[in-house]
Design a binder for this molecule. Structure first.
Ligand code: MLT
Length: 302
C-alpha cells in the first residue's frame, strides 16, 4: 500500500489511473508521496515516510529542492505537459497587445444602454485600430518545450521569428523550428524584435534578466511577454519603461502589485496552463512518474 496526499486538487483524470494499492491520506505527514500543483511547500515539515513529490506542472520554485535533496526525497515535474496551453495564451497575449480587443469590448458594454453603438461604430473602428502580427519580428528567449511551440505558432501567423537559447544547440533547434533565425546573442534579439517573449526557468542566472539595460537595447514600442516567471523581469524597470513609452505593452501572466494597473500592462492571473487539457496532461504525467518511482525505482523528469 502506498499513501499519497494531494496538496492541491489535481485533475481526477490522473488520479483515476491509480490502482487499489494507492490510498489518499488527508495528513501529508503520513504520506509516501505528495502530489502538488502550485501550492508553496517551503514552510512544510515532511513526514518520515515521504519519498517523492510530484509537481503537476513545470516550475518547481514552490518546492524546497535543497531540503528534498538533503532528505533523499525525489522531486518530479511535468515539463511540456502544459506547453500547448501556455503557447495558446502567449499567442492570445500578442493579439491582445496588437488589437485593442479589451478596449473594444469595454466600449460596447459601456455604450450598449444608450443604443448608440451602430451610430458610433465608425468612431470605435478608429479609436481601437491596431496592427497585425504578420511580418513583425518575434524574439523567443528559451527554446524549450514552450518556446519552440510559440516559435512555430508565430511562424504560422507569418511572423519573422528570432530564437535565442544558450543551452540549445543551433542544430537541435533547427530540427524543431526550421525557419527560425538564430540570434547570436540575446542582445541581438533585443535590438531586432518588435515582440519579445521569454520562456526560461527562474534560476540565479536568469533572475532579473530583462532589466533596464536589456530594455534600453529594445526598440521603442516593443511588446514584452512573460508567461514564464515574474522574477525574470525587473518589474520596477518595466514599469518605468511603460510610463516613459519605451515599452508599449508588458503582457504578464503574473499579477504582481507592481505591474497591475499600470497603463500598457496587460496582466493575467497565471492562466497559462489553466486549460482542461493541460491540467489532465500534467496530472497524468505526475501520477505516472510517482508510480514508476514508488514501484520500480525509476526516476524521470527529476
Ligand atoms: C508551470 O510551472 O507549469 C506553470 O506555471 C503552470 C502552473 O503550474 O500553473
Amino acid at each position: 500500500m502506498y499513501k499519497y496526499h494531494c496538496l492541491n486538487p489535481i485533475s481526477e483524470v490522473g488520479l483515476e489511473r491509480l490502482t487499489e494499492a494507492y490510498v489518499p491520506v488527508s495528513d501529508a505527514k503520513t504520506a509516501d508521496a505528495i502530489l502538488v500543483r502550485s501550492a508553496g511547500m517551503h514552510d512544510m515539515e515532511f513526514g518520515e515516510n515521504l519519498k517523492a513529490i510530484a509537481r503537476a506542472g513545470a516550475g518547481v520554485n514552490n518546492i524546497p529542492l535543497e531540503k528534498c535533496a538533503e532528505e533523499g526525497i525525489v522531486v518530479f515535474n511535468t515539463p511540456g505537459a502544459n506547453a500547448n496551453g501556455v503557447k495558446e495564451l502567449v499567442i492570445a497575449g500578442m493579439l491582445l497587445a496588437s488589437r485593442d480587443i479589451l478596449g473594444g469590448i469595454n466600449w460596447v458594454q459601456e455604450n450598449e444602454e444608450d443604443g448608440n453603438i451602430a451610430k458610433d461604430a465608425e468612431k470605435a473602428k478608429k479609436a481601437f485600430a491596431g496592427c497585425e502580427l504578420e511580418g513583425k519580428k518575434l524574439g523567443v528567449i528559451g527554446l524549450g518545450a514552450i518556446g519552440v511551440l510559440v516559435a512555430n505558432a508565430a511562424m504560422h501567423l507569418g511572423m519573422d521569428v528570432y530564437g535565442y537559447d544558450p543551452y540549445v544547440s543551433v542544430e537541435s533547434a533547427w530540427k524543431l523550428s526550421r525557419n527560425i533565425h538564430h540570434a547570436k546573442s540575446v542582445d541581438e534579439l533585443y535590438k531586432e524584435c518588435d515582440y519579445i517573449t521569454i520562456h526560461v526557468p527562474a534560476m540565479e542566472s536568469t533572475k532579473g534578466m530583462i532589466d533596464s539595460n536589456a530594455i534600453s537595447l529594445m526598440k521603442k514600442d516593443v511588446v514584452v511577454l512573460n508567461f514564464a516567471r515574474n522574477v525574470l523581469v525587473d518589474e520596477e524597470a518595466m514599469v518605468d519603461a511603460l510610463i516613459s513609452g519605451k515599452v508599449k505593452h508588458y503582457v504578464t501572466d503574473f499579477p504582481t502589485p507592481i505591474v497591475a494597473g499600470v497603463k500598457g500592462a496587460i496582466v493575467i492571473p497565471h492562466l497559462g496552463a489553466s486549460t482542461e487539457e493541460s491540467e489532465d496532461n500534467c496530472a497524468k504525467m505526475a501520477v505516472k512518474e510517482m508510480v514508476d518511482y514508488l514501484e520500480n525505482g525509476n526516476i524521470t523528469n527529476s
